[in-house]
Design a protein around this ligand. Structure first.
Ligand code: GAF
Length: 378
């Protein structure tokens, strides 16, 4: 990827080299739709990245080329200069959010590419935001912007320039990711802890339904509104501070839909803690059980699954896979599966065969390798 970027950079912007930066997509073992509810998440960065070569160009313009989309965009750094291409708005948003916080961004040339599958729920957008946030901090701000602020710059980009009212999980994972470690983040206090993750005798594997997941025009924002309505009714800041009993006490005053959304969130925050405890004890059976519970909740109560993902979850169960669930925002994308090494080949071939027979194409399979987050490539 680096060679290809370098070659295209020379063609577009001349022979003087820029600096390379990369940031990663993410998985999340458990803790879905809890981030914007002040709950816990348990993500890790993966070995699929967005990589960019970047060089200041001495002007007030940003000139950027996306190899994968095969498109060029050029924009200024003022609010009214927003580009029309949606992919370029991620980069523009990052520039603007840095400037709004008093940071410095000058014109630059950039070429980028990636191998984070798009629309698979692996947060290619957070990888893109984090890559540029990290780079512009290094290039123009002497690395004075703190890592948490870099994640927030990515999140605000989604809110203010891309129409997704997301939580902090994806950008946090992309910025803070560490090889062989998952991270438990408390999205209320923002405290986090690394958990070494290399389950003996198991693999984590993603099965991508190839149903394209796009949060912008999905009911993701509506889910968040449901949670906020219930929190307000309960008189708490977020559902992190709500209990199942409190929820039941207002059941008659809220819609059935809002009730089930909140019920899922309240249950999910407990599951993350249970999974962390189980992991420390090497109790993978419990980890897997909780993953299935999450899938059930996301499908039936939170209603962010789809037929194809429910089908993949059923296949995993039939094959005796230890844990399986839809991962990320939902409405398409992947299931994440905790599979015994001894069952791996059989599970993958059965999933491919059955999915193909029903939907006319095979799912994509990605073995999860937990890797480092945003960095400058030496
Ligand atoms: C998406 C969002 F971007 C995250 O903030 C998070 O809410 C996730 O969906 C669901 O857990 O990836």
């Amino acid at each position: 990827m680096k060679e290809k970027i370098s070659q295209v950079f020379k063609e577009k912007f001349g022979s003087e080299e820029g600096v390379f930066y990369a940031s990663a997509g993410r998985i999340n073992l458990i803790g879905e739709h809890t981030d914007y509810n002040g709950g816990f998440v348990f993500p890790g960065a993966i070995d699929k990245v967005i990589m960019a070569e970047i060089k200041p160009n001495g002007t007030e313009k940003v000139r950027v080329f996306s190899i994968d989309i095969d498109e060029y965009a050029e924009f200024g750094l003022k609010e009214e200069d927003a580009p029309s291409q949606s992919w370029a708005r991620y980069i523009f948003g990052v520039c603007r959010e840095i400037i709004k916080r008093g940071g410095k961004v000058e014109g630059f040339d950039a070429v980028f590419a990636g191998n984070v599958p798009l629309g698979a729920g692996l947060s290619s957008s957070a990888a893109l935001e984090s890559c540029f946030a990290y780079a512009l901090n290094d290039m123009f701000n002497g690395n004075t912007i703190e890592k948490f602020e870099l994640a927030k710059i990515g999140q605000s980009t989604e809110h203010n320039y891309c129409g997704v009212n997301c939580g902090i999980m994806d950008q946090f994972a992309s910025v803070f990711g560490k090889k062989d470690n998952l991270m438990r983040l408390d999205c209320r206090s923002m405290e986090y802890e690394y958990f070494p993750f290399s389950p003996t005798g198991y693999k984590l594997v993603l099965v991508d339904s190839r149903v394209k997941h796009e949060l912008k025009d999905s009911p993701y924002n509506k889910r968040r509104q449901s949670c906020e309505r219930v929190a307000k009714r309960l008189g708490v800041d977020t559902l992190r501070d709500a209990t199942a009993e409190a929820l039941d006490s207002v059941k008659g005053d809220i819609t059935a839909e809002d009730y089930f959304r909140a019920k899922f969130v309240i249950e999910e925050k407990e599951r993350v803690l249970a999974v962390c405890d189980a992991l420390v004890k090497g109790d993978y059976a419990t980890v897997g059980e909780k993953m299935y519970e999450t899938h059930h909740g996301l499908s039936k109560d939170y209603e962010v699954s789809c037929e194809e993902l429910d089908f993949l979850n059923d296949v995993a169960k039939e094959c005796g896979v230890t844990g399986s669930r839809i991962m990320g925002g939902g409405f398409g994308g992947c299931t994440i599966n905790l599979v015994k090494n001894t069952l791996y080949d059989q599970f993958i071939s059965t999933a491919k065969e059955k999915f193909n027979a029903k939907y006319g194409h095979e799912p994509m399979i990605y073995d999860v390798v937990i890797s480092d987050g945003a960095h400058r490539c030496e």
